[in-house]
Design a protein around this ligand. Structure first.
Ligand code: MN
Length: 422
C-alpha cells in the first residue's frame, strides 16, 4: 500500500499545474456533545494519497517547472496525549506508510512557517512560489463552506496572490479507477458483508424488531475483522422499505412481510454496499416471489450489460425500460411514466473509499471502475419494497460481480433459511 500511495501522489502531481501547491488535511473527529466526539475517519483524499489513517495531519504537495516535492505535517506527542489518548503516529511510521522521506515529515508547529518559506521567493523548494493553491473543495451542501477553506484560512487571508482551485476534479478522476490492491480490500469488505447477511438470514425468523438485525450485522462483521459499517444500516421491514434512506430501524417485524437490508462493511476504509431483500418468515408468498423475481431479473440483466464503453445513461435507461415492461406485464402500471411511483432512484453509483464514491459519471465505463447495480421496486400500497444490489468491477472484457457469493435467488434464500424457520 505504500507504493500505492506514492503512485497516487505521482499521478496527482502529473495532473497539477506547474507552479502549484496542494494542501490536503486528514481531518479530525467532529464534536458530538459535551466532551464527546464522533469516531474519526480519515478524509478520503488524504488517505488515498498517504495511506495514513490519523487525524490532524496535513499533506503538502508542490509542483514546480521541473520539480515536485511532498511533505507531511503531523501531530507531536505530548505526555498528556500519550497518557490520555494513546501515542500519535511517529515520523518513522508515517514515513513507512506514506513513502514520504522521514526528512520531509515535520510537526504541525512547523506548518505555517513552512508555508511562509514556500511563498517567499528565495526559500521555495520548487524554485518559485506557487501561483495556484489546490484544496479539497467538496461541497456537502450548496450553501455550506468546504471545510478546507477554514483549514487554509490563514493562507486565504494572507496570500491573496494565490489562485484557488479544486483538487477534486483530479482526485475524483484518479480514484474512479481502482488498482488491484484496492479491489482486494473491497473484496474483503464484501466478504465481511456476506458473513453479516448470512447471520441475518439465520436469525431473521426468530427476531422481533428491525434493530435486532442491524445489531446482528454489526456483531458479525466486527467479529470478522471489519472496522465497522461503511454507512448506516438500513433494515426496513414491510412498507418501511419504500423509504429509500430509512435508518430508524425501530419497528416490529411482521412475519408475513419482506425486509430490505441495505448495508456494508468497511475494510481498511474501503466500502461494500449490498442490498438484499428477504422474507421475514424464511418463505416468500406467491406475490412476493413475483415482484422479487422482477427486480432480480433486472439486477442480473443490468449487471450483464456492464463492460468498457457503456455509459451510466445506458445502464439507467436499460434498467428502467426493463422495469417498465415487467411492471406492465404484472399490471402494476398502465403507462410508462407511472414507473416513477415504483422506482425512484438511479441504477447505481461508483464505490470505493467512499460508499457513493467520487468519479465522473458522464464518462463511459473503464476497466478498474467498481459500481453498484441496484434496481428496486417499491409498492407502498402492498407494503412491499425490494432492492437487490451488487458491487461490480468493470474488467477488460466485461465485468466481475464482486458480490456474486452473496446469494439472491429465491430458491437459494429459502433453502438457506429453511433450518431456521419458526
Ligand atoms: Mn448503493
Amino acid at each position: 500500500m505504500t507504493t500505492h500511495a506514492m503512485e497516487n501522489r505521482k499521478n496527482l502531481l502529473a495532473r497539477m499545474e506547474a507552479g502549484s501547491m496542494a494542501l490536503i488535511w486528514s481531518g479530525s473527529a467532529p464534536h458530538r456533545t459535551t466532551d464527546q466526539h464522533y469516531a474519526y475517519t480519515p478524509q478520503r483524499n488524504f488517505f488515498y494519497l498517504t495511506n495514513v489513517n490519523e487525524p490532524n495531519m496535513v499533506l503538502m504537495m508542490l509542483k514546480g517547472e521541473n520539480d515536485t516535492h511532498s511533505c507531511l505535517f503531523i501531530e507531536e506527542n505530548t505526555d498528556h496525549i500519550i497518557k490520555w489518548e494513546g501515542a500519535r503516529m511517529e515520523k518513522a511510521k508515517a514515513a513507512e506508510l506514506s513513502g514520504i522521506d522521514e526528512s520531509n515529515i515535520m510537526y504541525e508547529k512547523q506548518f505555517k512557517p513552512y508555508v511562509a518559506q514556500v511563498m517567499n521567493y528565495a526559500r521555495s523548494v520548487i524554485g518559485k512560489p506557487p501561483k495556484t493553491l489546490y484544496l479539497d473543495l467538496y461541497h456537502v451542501k450548496p450553501d455550506e463552506k468546504p471545510i478546507a477553506l477554514d483549514q487554509a484560512g490563514f493562507i486565504l487571508a494572507n496570500y491573496k496572490e494565490l489562485d484557488i482551485k479544486a483538487i477534486n476534479e483530479h482526485t475524483s478522476y484518479l480514484r474512479m479507477v481502482k488498482r488491484d490492491v484496492e479491489i482486494t480490500e473491497m473484496a474483503k469488505a464484501i466478504e465481511h458483508t456476506r458473513k453479516g447477511l448470512e447471520t441475518i438470514m439465520k436469525n431473521l425468523p426468530s427476531r422481533t424488531h428491525e434493530y435486532q438485525l442491524e445489531a446482528d450485522f454489526l456483531h458479525e462483521i466486527t467479529l470478522a475483522g471489519s472496522e465497522g459499517n461503511a454507512f448506516d444500516t438500513i433494515a426496513a421491514g414491510g412498507a418501511n422499505a419504500t423509504v429509500l434512506h430509512y435508518v430508524a430501524n425501530r419497528d416490529a417485524l411482521d412475519k408475513d412481510s419482506l425486509i430490505l437490508f441495505d448495508l456494508g462493511a468497511l475494510h481498511n476504509n474501503y466500502a461494500a454496499d449490498i442490498s438484499r431483500t428477504y422474507p421475514v418468515s424464511g418463505k416468500f408468498t406467491k406475490r412476493q416471489r413475483d415482484l422479487y423475481q422482477i427486480v432480480l431479473d433486472v439486477n442480473k440483466a443490468t449487471i450483464a450489460m456492464v463492460k468498457p464503453g457503456v455509459t451510466w445513461k445506458e445502464l439507467n435507461a436499460f434498467a428502467k425500460t426493463m422495469l417498465i415492461k415487467q411492471a406492465k406485464k404484472h399490471r402494476l402500471i398502465k403507462n410508462d411514466a407511472e414507473i416513477n411511483e415504483l422506482y425512484y432512484h438511479s441504477i447505481g453509483h461508483f464505490i470505493g473509499l467512499d460508499v457513493h464514491d467520487v468519479g465522473h459519471y458522464d464518462l463511459p465505463l473503464k476497466p478498474g471502475m467498481v459500481l453498484t447495480i441496484e434496481p428496486g421496486l417499491y409498492v407502498k400500497d402492498e407494503g412491499i419494497g425490494i432492492r437487490i444490489e451488487d458491487d461490480v468491477l468493470v474488467t477488460e472484457k466485461g465485468y466481475r460481480n464482486l458480490s456474486e457469493g452473496i446469494i439472491k435467488e429465491i430458491d437459494d434464500i429459502e433453502a438457506f433459511m429453511k433450518p431456521y424457520r419458526q
